[in-house]
Write a protein that binds this ligand. Structure first.
Ligand code: SD4
Length: 344
């Protein structure tokens, strides 16, 4: 049986292959169809689609790969309705929205990152500034905020009135419940949907970025995978790039984005690499497949793919000829199908 992938959306052509809406008994497409000519941009979740399109528009307007990553992710960070990226994100347990972001440039193998930053609208731009304007790779908390202040970065409300009211409610009514959930590490966390955005340019260079407010009601100071190079994001200009969304605690213990890139280096299709990384984690982890992790990846040939635990997740892919939200395969401890998942 050939390796196959389910794709979501009306019939569309990707790199010459026809793919179909994922409905009951939906046709599938060979994984070789998951490829496109550069510029190719992929990102996590359906809200990644407008971010991809912004990134593509940035490239068309003459912007660099880093500009494309930054502008695409800034769009998501600007959405006050997004509860898991930017200042619209769910606060931590102390009622503070703490943001994490990182960016990587394939050329020069450069990276920049900020963690636990509060009060600034665009952590992705801060991450880029750390990379381009300091000798360091990562700044966190007060140090990152002092840097942002000194560099004149745009501020925003530390927390909106709506978020404060919701946080108060959460404090009053749900603290015990959320604590119990946090203690039960087999349960996936609620309310978290990072943007990871990867781009392959026509010149073969690869770039990536990642931005999140992290796990809603996380402990103050908690960093997830998203600002950690190799965990929430990894870019290797010889191979490609990978990014993550989901429960960071289950990503960062495996350096999963790095692992996916290494699997691609060995020749795996990006989607196979995502699947293989999940299988590796599931083998090692006492929680098996109950990890609540999702990955996207692309390689320098323009091949791309994704995979997640459980029922998988939706991600977005954009090129000059298409822009679509796609459904990744999902992996669980149940039936292991041709993709190592249990989709019918
Ligand atoms: C984190 N990985 O902070 C992020 C959250 C996320 O989908 O990706 N949510 O753990």
């Amino acid at each position: 049986m050939p390796r196959r992938a389910f794709l979501k959306g009306a019939a569309v052509t990707l790199a010459g292959s026809t793919v179909f809406h994922r409905a009951a008994g939906a046709p599938v497409v060979d994984q070789a169809g998951l490829s496109a000519q550069a510029p190719l941009i992929i990102s996590t979740w359906p809200f990644g689609k407008p971010a991809n399109e912004k990134a593509l528009a940035t490239l068309r307007a003459g912007g660099s790969g880093l500009d494309a990553i930054e502008q695409g992710i800034r769009l998501t960070e600007s959405d006050p309705g997004n509860r898991s990226v930017g200042l619209g994100g769910i606060p931590n347990a102390a009622g503070v929205v703490q943001l994490d972001a990182c960016i990587m440039s394939g050329p020069g193998h450069r990276g920049g990152s900020v963690g636990a930053v509060s009060g600034f609208r665009h952590p992705i731009s801060l991450a880029r500034a750390v990379m381009e304007r300091t000798k360091h790779v990562m700044l966190v908390a007060e140090g990152a905020e002092a840097f942002a202040e000194a560099q004149g970065f745009e501020k925003g409300p530390k927390i909106s009135a709506k978020e404060r009211a919701e946080w108060k409610k959460w404090q009053a009514q749900e603290a015990a419940k959320v604590k119990a959930e946090a203690a039960d590490r087999t349960r996936p966390a609620r309310n978290h949907d990072t943007i990871a955005l990867l781009a392959l340019l026509p010149d073969g260079n690869v770039f990536g970025g990642c931005s999140t407010s992290g796990w809603g009601y996380k402990l103050p100071g908690r960093l997830g995978d998203s600002p950690i190079l190799g965990s929430g994001l990894y870019v290797d200009n010889e191979v490609g790039a990978a990014g993550a969304t989901g429960l960071g605690e289950n990503v960062m213990r495996y350096c999963s984005s790095f692992l996916i890139v290494e699997f691609m280096r060995q020749g795996m299709h990006p989607q196979d690499a995502c699947i293989e990384a999940i299988k590796r984690c599931a083998r090692l982890d006492p929680k098996g497949f109950d990890l609540a992790v999702n990955f996207i990846a692309l390689d320098k040939k323009g091949r791309f793919g994704a995979a997640g635990t459980g029922t998988g997740f939706e991600y977005a892919a954009t090129s000059e000829t298409f822009s679509k939200v796609l459904q990744s395969p999902g992996l669980t401890s149940q039936e292991v199908g041709p993709l190592g998942g249990n989709r019918k």
